[in-house]
Design a protein around this ligand. Structure first.
Ligand SMILES: Nc1ncnc2c1ncn2[C@@H]1O[C@H](COP(=O)(O)OP(=O)(O)OP(=O)(O)O)[C@@H](O)[C@H]1O
Ligand SMILES: [Mg+2]
Length: 342
């Protein structure tokens, strides 16, 4: 594994390690820490402190950074990245809004936000020009984190938007009219390049592309990049790919490091040095309506998203990012491997 493709780990175990539960069939699995012992938000805060930087905080951007999390390929980690990065940034002290722009509503679910059909949602904002402030909900357990949920109505929006005035810039207008102070807005896009994704690309300046470390990882990226160029040329001159994040990195396979090398050769400085390991804890968290930051704050998945958030925040103000020393990275990759084997 390339050392710079690894994530930085904590100097010490931040929270008591996960308990092991025997399933009686020779399989053992970690169980989440008991939720009623300590509030989960506090546990997550402990993980931030474990990184040794809680007091230090992170620099805030001088204006709201709107990041479009996009890749038309399905299942590459867009939603997982959106919600966990957003929670990480909020735990680092930022005010963050997640805009769920996917009719599947996965980001809303993962943040524990009610999004049944009657809930005011991003559909109302896009199609009925409802103010964003009327649909935004605070995320339970994570201070400073908010969500504009998606309901199933949004599935029809791609068609309904076609006949509306300024159909590509409706989200941009809604965001511009939103008066609450925010450091970051993260927009979770659907796995397509239709009008919903175009609305996101008109609303934001930065595109964040999660790339899954697997075969065919780069397939389809050309089309995504051409779309970014088209939107920049016609609708939003500020738009650029600012960040590429390698997801589901499995340090045990040569394929993962080959893909990581290829992506780094292709894109260079846009690729975050932090990559996200494949982790059972990350994939379990949404079914509890939680991010991995509150579900298992001390897990490698949680720490890697916190580290990725730190890298993004430092890059945003032009501060050089330094990964943690190699020995802690190694410790972390061992942890990744043992998690991956469950
Ligand atoms: N680092 C990870 N380790 C393990 N599982 C992961 C990781 N990241 C994402 N997953 C799992 O992979 C699946 C796809 O992730 P996710 O939903 O974030 O992708 P997506 O790009 O948003 O998908 P879609 O295109 O359908 O919106 C989910 O089941 C998620 O829990
Ligand atoms: Mg998704």
């Amino acid at each position: 594994m390339r050392s710079d493709a690894n994530i930085a780990g904590p100097m010490t175990d931040p929270v008591p390690g996960p308990r092991t539960e025997s399933l009686g069939d020779g399989v053992s699995r970690e169980t989440p820490p008991p939720m009623d012992d300590t509030p989960i938000g506090r546990a997550a805060q402990l993980a931030v402190e474990a990184l040794g930087r809680a007091g230090e905080g992170l620099p805030r951007p001088d204006r709201t950074r709107v990041m479009v999390v996009a890749n038309q390929k399905g299942g590459v980690g867009k939603t997982t990245t959106t919600v966990n990065l957003a929670a990480s940034l909020a735990l680092h002290g930022a005010r963050v809004l997640v805009v769920d722009l996917d009719p599947q509503g996965n980001a809303s679910t993962a943040l524990g936000i009610d999004h049944h059909a009657e809930v005011p949602s991003i559909y109302d904002v896009l199609v009925d020009s409802r103010p964003l402030s009327e649909v935004v909900q605070p995320v339970p357990d994570v201070e400073g984190l908010f969500c504009a949920p998606a309901t199933i109505d949004l599935a029809g929006a791609e068609i309904e938007l076609v006949s509306l005035v300024a159909r590509e810039s409706r989200l941009q207008r809604a965001i511009q009219a939103y008066e609450q102070p925010l450091d970051y807005i993260l927009i979770d896009c659907p796995p397509s390049l239709g009008l919903l994704t175009v609305n996101a690309m008109v609303a934001g300046a930065e595109v964040l592309i999660p790339i899954q470390c697997e075969y065919y990882a780069l397939e389809g990226l050309g089309q995504l990049l051409r779309n970014v160029d088209l939107v920049r040329g016609h609708l939003n001159p500020e738009l650029h790919v600012s960040t590429i994040l390698l997801t589901m990195y499995d340090g045990r396979t040569r394929l993962a490091s080959q893909v990581a090398d290829e992506v780094r050769t292709h894109f260079g400085k846009e690729v975050l040095r932090t990559s996200i390991p494949r982790s059972v804890r990350i994939s379990e968290a949404p079914s509890y309506g939680q991010t991995v930051l509150t579900y298992d704050p001390g897990s490698s998945g949680s720490l890697s998203y916190l580290e990725a958030a730190r890298e993004i925040a430092l890059r945003g103000v032009g501060v050089h990012y330094e990964a943690q020393p190699a020995h802690t990275s190694n410790q972390n990759s061992l942890q990744n491997n043992s998690e991956g084997m469950q």
